[in-house]
Design a protein around this ligand. Structure first.
Ligand code: NAG
Ligand code: NAG
Length: 194
């Protein structure tokens, strides 16, 4: 009986550690006028977004999927995707063109403001969704970033066939001030301090 109790306590501790996600200690946000830094800040702070790829089995229509991610250090977000899901990862094998959208709203720092008010930032990165070679150093970097932010990923069995992917960023779109959308330079986005 005592053994069972200890087991329950230990496993619930284990599970609660595994299921907790870690948000970095927030730095103060950059000046909203700085589009590149603001975009990078939102990507560095966020836990999830919508990753869109082109659905060859739906006539090539864009198909969005809500996914967890981590900023790997140079602004190319890393994802952990499985081919058991026949959409996102699978689509990228045929056509790598992809976009990834994040809203500030889930961070709960927009107050009661609507998601579509410019004062609630949103960023869309476009580029190529690439499967990272699982034997490369980069796969290790991606896994460390992903498992750090989303500890439950570390416990997934290999049989589920999860692989590290990254969006190689080619353009950055941001709305975060009352002006038309801005497209900061990718180099400035990459260099911005997180
Ligand atoms: C991608 O999806 C197609 C159709 O569902 C399937 O035949 C193929 O095996 C999938 N590719 C991978 C790598 O799982
Ligand atoms: C909500 O939006 C207004 C502008 O419409 C802005 O002045 C205010 O700072 C926003 N609040 C938050 C918490 O972002």
């Amino acid at each position: 009986m005592k053994g069972v109790l200890i087991y329950i306590v230990l496993s619930s501790l284990f599970l609660s550690t595994l299921s907790q996600e870690s948000v970095p200690t927030p730095r103060p946000p950059p000046n909203p006028q700085d589009a590149a830094a603001s975009a990078r800040y939102l990507i560095a702070q966020s836990l999830w977004g919508v990753l869109s790829t082109l659905a060859y089995d739906m006539g090539g229509a864009p198909f969005g999927n809500a996914v967890s991610f981590a900023d790997g250090g140079i602004g190319d977000p890393y994802f952990y995707l499985t081919f058991i899901d026949p959409t996102t990862a699978n689509y990228s094998l045929k056509d790598q063109r992809s976009s990834f959208t994040v809203s500030q709203h889930p961070l709960q720092t927009c107050g009661v403001n609507d998601t579509q008010l410019p004062s609630c930032a949103r960023v869309t990165l476009t580029g190529k969704l690439i499967m990272v070679d699982e034997n490369s150093d980069e796969a290790g970097i991606g896994k460390r970033a992903l498992f750090g932010r989303h500890p439950h990923f570390a416990g997934l069995p290999r049989s589920l066939n999860f692989n590290v992917f990254k969006l190689q960023v080619e353009s950055v779109f941001i709305i975060n001030i009352f002006k038309p959308p801005r497209f900061p330079k990718v180099d400035d986005y990459r260099r911005a301090k997180v």
